[in-house]
Design a protein around this ligand. Structure first.
Ligand SMILES: NC(=O)c1ccc[n+]([C@@H]2O[C@H](COP(=O)([O-])OP(=O)(O)OC[C@H]3O[C@@H](n4cnc5c(N)ncnc54)[C@H](O)[C@@H]3O)[C@@H](O)[C@H]2O)c1
Length: 295
């Protein structure tokens, strides 16, 4: 581990993941500055800046005393704004936050990327990955402004790592949530219609595990720029992964076995770079278990 950061700037602090990251920092006694367009009150941060992450002066002010950044502020889906708002807003925020952080001497940044960077989840038709398990070298196929914003965010992060000799990791999060939250509905939907998860490759991650990955990104010893998929090791679908892939992505090259409900994502970078493994698996009932419960 590197030393704990002295103070962390969390952008998007009022969002679902932002709050979870603030909780992780508070639990470890690390002071936090939150930055968000809105301040709902009650955030576990001793400083909250209400501003756009694309506002240079506000970001500069928010960076006071900060030595590490978790940049989460973004419009998190292409449907939540106009194409210009989603692409231009997200990419401007990432550029400004990392440029100001680098210039201020910040040595470490964690950036929220997304599984959507692949171009599969928001595509108008079912696109197929060139190979499975997918990894960080997979060619991208974006046709939507959100996926492209994450592609550009990753390029910005890589450039800033070089420009300022910062250690930067872009975490490619899948669907985030938790039990009693959207996972319950997603599991039920996949049970009725497994094809409805094919664009996401049936991936998910508990928001608490996503926050843990951010913490590891702040504290594990590494240099330079990295992108890493961080997902749960299994899917939200009850069916075996090999069957799902054969049915919905029959042309994708198989590069490794995907036993049982193993996620069709190579998690090697997250394990080696961050020492990450998900701690909060969602309890998907597979058919045999359901039958056993019924009898
Ligand atoms: N939720 C998911 O399933 C998911 C999946 C993959 C990646 N991500 C990424 O993780 C990050 C956090 O997502 P979340 O689920 O917490 O989303 P969220 O919508 O709950 O929170 C995002 C927060 O960012 C703020 N924000 C947006 N644009 C801003 C700007 N320009 N300046 C300042 N604040 C701004 C919003 O006010 C909001 O509070 C995002 O970058 C998102 O793209 C989320």
């Amino acid at each position: 581990m590197t030393d704990q950061p002295r103070r962390v700037l969390v952008t998007g602090a009022a969002g679902r993941l932002g709050r979870a990251v603030l909780d992780v920092l508070a639990a470890r006694g690390v002071p936090a500055t939150g930055l968000d367009l809105r301040d709902p009150g009650g955030l576990p941060a001793d400083r909250v800046v209400t501003a756009d992450a694309g506002d240079t002066a506000a970001v500069r002010e928010a960076l006071d005393g900060v030595d590490a950044v978790v940049h989460l502020a973004a419009i998190p889906a292409p449907s939540l704004g106009t194409p210009e708002e989603v692409f231009c807003g997200n990419t401007r925020a990432t550029f400004v936050v990392l440029e100001e952080a680098g210039a201020a001497g910040v040595r470490r940044a964690v950036v929220a990327s997304s599984f959507s960077v692949l171009g599969l989840p928001w595509a108008s038709t079912l696109r197929h990955p060139a190979y499975v398990p997918v990894d960080e070298s997979l060619p991208l196929q974006n046709e939507d402004p959100y996926g492209l914003s994450k592609q550009v965010d990753e390029a910005t992060a890589e450039m800033m790592a070089r420009r300022y000799a910062m250690a930067v990791v872009a975490l490619r999060f899948p669907l985030l949530g938790g039990p009693g939250d959207k996972f319950d509905k997603t599991v039920a939907r996949y049970a009725d219609d497994p094809g409805s998860g094919a664009k996401e490759l049936w991936t998910y991650l508990d928001t608490r595990d996503a926050a843990l990955a951010c913490w590891l990104g702040l504290t594990r010893p590494f240099e330079g720029y990295h992108a890493a998929f961080v997902t749960a090791p299994t899917t939200l679908a009850a069916q075996p992964t090999e069957e799902l892939v054969e049915r919905f992505h029959p042309g994708s090259e198989r590069r490794a076995p995907m036993p049982g409900r193993a996620v069709p994502v190579d998690l090697g970078v997250a394990e080696r770079l961050l020492g990450f493994s998900a701690q909060h698996p969602y309890p998907v009932a597979v058919p045999d278990e359901r039958e056993a419960e019924a009898s």
